[in-house]
Design a protein around this ligand. Structure first.
Ligand code: GLP
Length: 238
């Protein structure tokens, strides 16, 4: 059984706004748990929507603890981090503030230790309520790349060639990511996919075999999984 709510919108903006509303509902419904947030181009209009909604309802996130999905390991490189990006696009723009942001430190020389620490922090803080996700062109979620284990946990991962190229990372770049198991542990999962480049990944996710070759497909069967996309991302669906 598919068990995934699929919603297609005319524009990326409308898809982002609807995903943003679902996230706000999730934050409210699962308010004792964490709100998982991702970096990436797809998230920018979702965060714009959250910022606008919060401006109309100041304090909307004042009690929310946000938590980071994934981070590039960049010790010594001084690259801009995903946590900085999330701060810039969302958190620093919330007029009523937020409780806290549980980040992954990508600057560490001990990323394995950092991955275990992040995993433990999530558990200590009540676990994930709502998790907001993009999807990679190869079907990755977070940095769970094709071939990942369905029960994978927060860990250090190698990146797929297509991910390295699309993001302009050096060949040996690694990342820390929540695993499929932690993402599945969220009470609600919201995936946003916009643009034609994502259409093969979306098709594999919802119409292909549930398989490690498309990590997003491993989320199928979750009781509260919703996919928001624009027409371009949905163009290959039957
Ligand atoms: C990236 C990151 C994710 C992101 C996804 C989609 O590589 N691992 O955090 O959600 O892939 O990114 P984008 O929205 O830029 O296409």
């Amino acid at each position: 059984m598919l068990r995934c709510s699929v919603r297609v919108f005319d524009t990326p903006h409308l898809a982002a706004a609807a995903a943003g509303e679902a996230f706000i509902d999730g934050v409210s419904e699962f308010n004792r748990r964490l709100a998982g947030v991702a970096a990436g181009r797809t998230m920018k209009p979702v965060y714009d929507h959250l910022v606008s909604a919060e401006a109309r309802s100041s304090g909307l996130f004042s009690r929310t603890t946000f938590v980071q999905l994934d981070e590039v390991v960049s010790a010594g490189r001084g690259d801009a981090s995903f946590s900085d990006e999330i701060d810039r696009h969302l958190l620093s723009r919330l007029s009523g503030g937020y409780r806290t942001f549980l980040v992954i430190n990508g600057q560490t020389n001990q990323p394995d230790v950092e991955a275990n620490r992040h995993r433990a922090t999530i558990l200590e803080n009540g676990g994930l309520g709502v998790q907001l996700l993009g999807i990679g062109v190869n079907g990755h979620v977070g940095f769970n790349e094709p071939g990942c284990e369905p029960d994978s946990r927060c860990r250090v991962t190698e990146l797929a060639m297509s991910t390295l190229k699309r993001n302009g990372y050096p060949p040996d770049t690694r990342a820390v990511t929540l695993g499929i198991a932690e993402i599945r542990s969220a009470q609600r999962i919201i995936i946003v996919a916009t643009g034609a480049a994502k259409s093969p990944a979306v098709k594999a996710m919802i119409e292909g075999q549930k398989s490690r070759s498309c990590p997003a497909s491993l989320l199928r069967g979750h009781p509260d999984l919703a996919l928001f996309m624009d027409r371009a991302a949905a163009k290959d669906l039957s």
